[in-house]
Design a protein around this ligand. Sequence first.
Ligand SMILES: C[S@@+](CC[C@H](N)C(=O)[O-])C[C@H]1O[C@@H](n2cnc3c(N)ncnc32)[C@H](O)[C@@H]1O
Length: 460
Amino acid sequence: MNQAKNNRRQGTNKRSQRNPKQAPAEGQNGLSLRAEAARALVPILNARGSLASLDDSRVAPRDRALLREICYGVCRTLPRLEALASVLLKSSFKARDTDIQALLLVGIYQLLYLRIPAHAAVGETAGAARLLDKGWATRVLNGCLRRLQREASEMQAKVDRDPAVALLHPVWWLKALRQAWPNDWREIAIANNQAGPMTLRVNRRRTSQEAYLERLRENGIEARPCEHAPDGLTLETPCDVSALPGFAEGNVSVQDEAAQLAIELLGPALAPRPGAQVLDACSAPGGKTAHLLEAFDVSLQALDSDAERLQRVEGTLERLGLSAQLSAADAGEQDWWDGTPFDAILLDAPCSGSGVIRRHPDIKRLRRPDDIGQLAALQARLLDNLWQTLASGGTLVYATCSVLPEENSEQITAFLERTPDAEIDTPQGLAWGVESGAGRQLLPREHGHDGFFYARLKRK
Ligand SMILES: C[S@@+](CC[C@H](N)C(=O)[O-])C[C@H]1O[C@@H](n2cnc3c(N)ncnc32)[C@H](O)[C@@H]1O
């Protein structure tokens, strides 16, 4: 056995003395929190991982909310933080020191955006370099953060002269938004920079919007009914789901208002037809699958190509007391289909997520311009294949959480052109969204819903 392996077994190597899985030592919570935030941000800075896998188990329970706030906040404000970091540093860090770059961004974020006493933000961030086994960086970080403390306003004004920095988006992204939405692109970017509200979907099989609103009030939780989603309630202040009365019993789920509108479009096809055969083609983690089953008595097959994500659908349905046939399969193939045509299909397609940046701010770093064309090609493949499994007279609702026409209106226009037995069936004059080609586009709203696109198609 080589020495390193031997050391690992006996727990004698340097790293295992500071096993990151162990709870931080007394008095080290602040340092550990910053070091953990830096570790979590490295894969995102390298565009190789996302915040979806953020593991907060290594920080003290009372620091977990702050860890999330820092990680999400850094991603949300990354263009500005990175611009400030380059002003503060004489030369950039080496690639192997991305963790120290991340720590610097964590420090800048705290000084500019959080109400943490500056001496703690500076001292604990700089000190956290030692927990990353890079004690040499303590002085550099201290120096940079102290300088920022003195010169924050001038430095920020300087970097904000670049509109991409001021609007906190990559240049290509702003260009795409501007081209798609010449009148709204700035508001979209501003809405993307806010943390989205927490919206609930009341399980109409168990309770009603009104009754659950009352129950929330009794529990001291302020909320208001959503403008357009009949099962939706938006909380004044986000809270942990464990604080929601009846959550574990399946009375309520967390789901944005825009995502709740899928069943409004499926309603006319499904409400009058108990037992209808329905396919939810890209179902995980199961938000719309569950909503469909709460609203209609249908027989539902839920697909997802990601078997691990599909397990989350199972968990969600179990909590809500609902059931569906789950298949881990590619919706671009037909090996999962028994040949019985579906009366309705929901295709909530994989997309850029450009409408939900406020909930997943790491998307701004992880997406590349080429991704959009590749995603549009995948969406077209799914549409063409699933159309073959739809009954004549059947309904297909196409949805994305994107605001980019290539994935939305242009996608559906091209589909209609190459599919003679498909016709537009998106209702006219809906109270939500704006008409966009054959579909309806919701743009992300400050304090309101996410960005989403829906089109309803009928097979002649
Ligand atoms: C937008 S998410 C679906 C969200 C889900 N409908 C909900 O409301 O909770 C898109 C899903 O498509 C899945 N997916 C991607 N490519 C797929 C394919 N070829 N076949 C089936 N599912 C796919 C992804 O794993 C992802 O879970």
